[in-house]
Design a protein around this ligand. Structure first.
Ligand SMILES: [Zn+2]
Length: 141
């Protein structure tokens, strides 16, 4: 199978689309990925041991980069008398919000990276995921 060029795959990942085909949507909620791509059927929940550790690593790297940019930018902008109270509050708020804000991007970006390192095989494709349709009056039991 053909490998998707890295820039294309990462561009699709940044738009929260399937890195392989660009299809979507692949998120049910901000933090909930569908099991497989609705268009090409690529398995998105790999189930391999330690797989999502890579996504968490991508998230950590993004948050640390943001933190570094915040510290350097804030101090460069306000030097020689930085408002330390604003700096403290801003740092806490930024560090609480940014891991959640970047979470889905870390999953799709790591998947794009993973597909570059270990190209997909036929076994990675399962039947395209169809979102469960709900009955307007709730599920039948
Ligand atoms: Zn796809």
């Amino acid at each position: 199978m053909d490998r998707v060029p890295a820039l294309v795959a990462f561009g699709r990942a940044l738009r929260l689309r399937c890195p392989h085909c660009g299809g979507g949507p692949i998120f049910l909620r901000w933090s909930r990925l569908v099991p497989s791509c609705p268009v090409c059927g690529l398995g998105l929940e790999r189930g391999e041991q330690g797989y999502w550790l890579g996504a968490y690593f991508f998230n950590l790297m993004a948050v640390e980069t943001l933190f570094t940019g915040w510290v350097v930018g804030f101090l460069a902008w306000t030097w020689p008398s930085p408002p330390w109270d604003l700096f403290q509050i801003g740092t806490v708020v930024l560090m609480l919000i940014s891991p959640f804000a970047f979470f889905p991007f870390s999953k799709t970006l790591f998947l794009a990276f993973y597909l570059q390192v270990r190209p997909h095989t036929e076994e990675d494709f399962i039947a395209p995921h169809e979102e469960a349709r709900r009955h307007p009056r709730g599920p039948r039991r």
